[in-house]
Design a protein around this ligand. Structure first.
Ligand SMILES: Cc1ncc(COP(=O)(O)O)c(C=O)c1O
Length: 366
């Protein structure tokens, strides 16, 4: 095959997918990346961020990215790296916890946490104590109080749960974590909460938070695979460092080879949009979320948790039937089996017009 044939074939295959721009994707936590981020990715597409002895350029760019997040997450001493996504970041955080408290095995994980913690527990040989949720689908504080003890390796909380977009009571959990590792999975909320006025606290200004996951490839407009994981300071890295015999430096990351493209793309997005740009986008998403909720109210559709983010979990009567009818009308939606709800993520591609069209179809099928 020549170059044209290859690209044409791939375009043909790709054309069976929906595009974010079609305005039918309500299920995704990602969106179309910025053009400038894709271009930045291409500039660094052959750069392996592991090989800093070859590619000196990428170290400074990643340093800039981590420092920017230091400002965003209220921590001048922040340490961390651009990972492949939320799953790697969550595993890495618990690996750091295990290095800190090697004799402990128990981790307290709310029932709403992402399934990557199952992988982390399996890989790191940890025991999960599931924390039930309160009536607002948030981690139940009395249960954490009851379960936390000297054997607790880590407590996990989520800022933007995968099914309902709920933010756990992170400030209250922080107060319980003086003698244990505390990890906040803000894979989704990390690119939303800092840009809201008066949103709940979830960052390093809470003194017991040890690590935070944030995914630029979700609300950050960066192409995949771009995650990020942050530790309170460099001291956590000491026990994570490995010196490969054939490399002239220590490595501190979970992955070996890393995409220089992802780092450059993250750099491009944060430079291009800046805090002001993200604020404007998040404000628009929240406005659309409120419109959606008020229309759902008009139709008498149950909303499971009052949205704090651009994320709504709904449970109409005749859930399964309505779900299939909406899918038949071309809507890409997901149903969460545990909460028995349809999740609607009001991403930047879910415009006011998309919402009006969705509500009109929902009204029809109801
Ligand atoms: C809260 C949360 N954490 C972690 C992840 C995992 O992220 P990734 O798919 O980038 O590994 C997700 C994915 O949706 C998520 O919603």
């Amino acid at each position: 095959m020549d170059e044209h044939e290859i690209i044409d074939s791939l375009k043909r295959i790709r054309s069976q997918d929906m595009l974010y721009g079609d305005g039918r994707i309500l299920s995704s936590v990602s969106t179309k990346p910025l053009d400038v981020a894709v271009e930045a990715y291409n500039v660094f597409s052959d750069v392996n961020a592991l090989d800093v002895h070859v590619f000196k350029s990428i170290e400074g760019i990643e340093y800039d990215v981590v420092s920017w997040f230091g400002g965003l997450l209220n921590n001048k001493l922040i340490a961390g790296y651009v990972s492949s996504g939320g799953t790697e970041s969550n595993i890495y955080a618990l690996w750091a916890a295990k290095k800190l408290y090697p004799k402990r095995k128990k981790i307290l994980v709310p029932e709403s946490a992402h399934y990557s913690f199952l992988k982390a527990a399996d890989l790191l040989d940890l025991e999960i104590k599931w924390i039930p949720l309160d009536r607002g689908f948030k981690a139940d504080i009395p249960s954490i109080k009851e379960c936390i003890d000297q054997d607790t390796l880590a407590v996990v909380a989520t800022a933007g749960t995968s099914a309902l977009g709920v933010v756990d009571p992170i400030e209250a959990i922080n107060n319980l974590c003086k003698e244990t590792f505390f990890h906040v999975d803000a894979a989704f909320g990390g690119f939303v909460l800092p840009f809201l006025d008066g949103g709940p606290k979830f960052d390093f200004s809470l003194e017991n938070i040890d690590s935070i996951t944030v995914d630029p490839h979700k609300m950050g407009f960066v192409p995949m695979p771009s995650g990020a994981v942050f530790l309170r300071d460099e001291s956590y890295l000491h026990k994570l460092g490995i010196s490969p015999t054939y490399l002239p430096f220590k490595t501190y990351t979970l992955s070996g080879s890393r995409s220089g493209g992802a780092i450059a793309a993250t750099w491009a997005a944060i430079k291009y949009l800046g805090v002001g740009g993200y604020k404007r986008i998040v404000a628009e998403c929240m406005k659309n979320t409120r419109i959606l909720c008020s229309e759902l109210g008009r139709l008498g559709v149950e909303i499971l948790a009052e949205p704090e983010l651009n994320f709504v979990g709904i449970r109409p009567n005749d859930l399964e039937e309505i779900w299939s009818s909406l899918k038949a009308k071309g809507w890409n939606i997901l149903m969460d089996k545990k909460t028995r709800s349809i999740r609607i993520v009001v991403m930047p591609h879910v415009s006011g017009e998309v919402i009006r069209s969705f509500i009109s179809d929902l009204e029809d099928v109801i």
